[in-house]
Design a protein around this ligand. Structure first.
Ligand SMILES: Cc1cc2nc3c(=O)[nH]c(=O)nc-3n(C[C@H](O)[C@H](O)[C@H](O)COP(=O)(O)OP(=O)(O)OC[C@H]3O[C@@H](n4cnc5c(N)ncnc54)[C@H](O)[C@@H]3O)c2cc1C
Length: 388
């Protein structure tokens, strides 16, 4: 087992850090305050291949492993967690499109996504189907060479500024088996957007409800076979859970770095804050927990890379640990800044607001515990799994 990054991985990490410091960090606070979607920065990111990091190379992706992708996402999240997190959603959809597109029409969309010429949103959640995604009600009914979609998706990140929607809809019976995936141009007639949601964090990217009213979609934009949609959606989410985990780690690292500077600069009671042992212990605990969270995220990523049968369980564990830890570290770093941490001219409150949602989306951290306990208490207990 080798815990060292290779020279190539270190180079990729350095390049991502330089990009993030140049293109994201100087603008992140303004984008947050103004609610500006960072389209230009994403165009620059696309030039480095960041719109198709782990998408298949035959469809224009870089074809990197998931571990390699975490190195990039961590650096981007340290500068702007919200932009990095949106980019992970785009990468998730680009990967699905590159992996399952099997017609020229769908492949042309896959290549537009991996090149960053078009940006994507992921439409799984519905007003009545959040944690229980398999109960979703949006229908896709076959009509000649088309499908006709009816229904409503909730919480669609990027909707209104993205050009493609990965939509999971029901083509068959109730439950997970009846679901199918489609890649749909966002400009298709019958798609209507709700107003942008007012949110605590992720304020530089819109989140909207998306309504489908008799939306006609050519059958050659179906991804995979009928009935494969839930499996595709869950495979996509395994990777996205690692992505969110590492975005929390990146933000927490930036918060920790800011705290270290503050502790050396700020004096009270004629002593630097860094001189108080309770502060030192707090800081040491934050740093230790951060390393543990990062290693957990990288472990889950490498299990995806090696196609481990336990990858889903480790992705769930990594997402829960790293997003809980990342948020807590951001909060503790804010506390170490005293009142200054609460002010907008310091980045701590933005890191806090942006990382909070990582504990909720991609499956809540309670659902992550459901996945882990179900595996250990049902599958392993019944002799169907190998344990951990
Ligand atoms: C800013 C933002 C962006 C998002 N972006 C997207 C996106 O791009 N695409 C998309 O498809 N979705 C997106 N989501 C939706 C997100 O994935 C859901 O909010 C999430 O899965 C939870 O669903 P819910 O909100 O319906 O909560 P519910 O499922 O109603 O859950 C409410 C509470 O009950 C708990 N709970 C539910 N079931 C169980 C159980 N079995 N055991 C224990 N506890 C349980 C949950 O953990 C939670 O605490 C986004 C959400 C937000 C806030």
């Amino acid at each position: 087992m080798d815990f060292e990054l290779s020279d190539t991985q270190r180079d990729a990490q350095q390049r991502a850090r330089a990009f993030a410091e140049r293109e994201l960090a100087p603008h992140a606070a303004r984008w947050d305050a103004e609610g500006t979607f960072p389209r230009d920065a994403l165009t620059q990111a696309a030039r480095l291949g960041y719109c198709g990091l782990y998408a298949e190379s035959r469809q224009g992706g870089l074809g990197l492993g998931r571990l390699d992708a975490t190195l990039v996402f961590e650096e981007l999240a340290a500068a702007c967690p919200s932009t990095a997190a949106y980019l992970t959603i785009h990468n998730m959809v680009a990967w699905v499109a590159s992996r399952w597109a099997d017609t020229e029409h769908a492949s042309s969309w896959a290549r537009r996504l991996t090149s960053g010429h078009s940006l994507a949103s992921y439409c799984l959640s519905e007003p009545e189907a959040g944690s229980d995604a398999a109960s979703l009600r949006t229908t896709a009914t076959r009509d000649g060479n088309d499908y006709v979609l009816e229904g409503t998706k909730a919480f669609v990140s990027g909707s209104g500024v993205t050009e493609a929607l990965l939509v999971i809809a029901r083509t068959g019976a109730s439950g997970a088996q009846g679901l199918t995936a489609f890649l749909i141009p966002a400009s298709t007639r019958g798609i209507q957007l709700g107003p942008p949601e007012e949110k605590l964090g992720w304020r530089n990217q819109p989140t909207r409800t998306v309504h489908f009213e008799r939306v006609r979609v050519p059958a050659d934009l179906r991804l995979g076979q009928e009935g494969e949609g839930f499996r595709i959606a869950m495979q996509a989410l395994d990777g996205e859970r690692v992505n969110l985990a590492i975005c929390s780690v990146g933000a927490a690292q930036a918060a920790l770095d800011a705290a270290r500077q503050h502790l050396h600069r700020r004096s009270q009671f004629n002593r630097k804050l860094a001189g108080f042992q309770s502060v030192q212990f707090k800081f040491a605990g934050m740093a230790t927990d951060l390393v543990a969270a990062r290693q957990m995220a990288r472990l889950a990523a490498s299990m995806l890379d090696s196609r481990s049968p336990q990858a889903t369980v480790y992705c769930a564990m990594a997402k829960q640990v790293a997003t809980d830890t990342g948020f807590r570290i951001c909060n503790e770093a804010l506390q170490l800044h005293g009142g200054y941490g609460y002010l907008r001219r310091y980045p701590l409150e933005r890191y806090l607001r942006d990382t909070r949602v990582h504990q909720i989306l991609g499956g809540t951290n309670e659902i992550m515990r459901v996945i882990v306990s179900r595996y250990l208490l049902d599958e392993v207990t019944a002799g169907g799994g190998d344990g951990l």
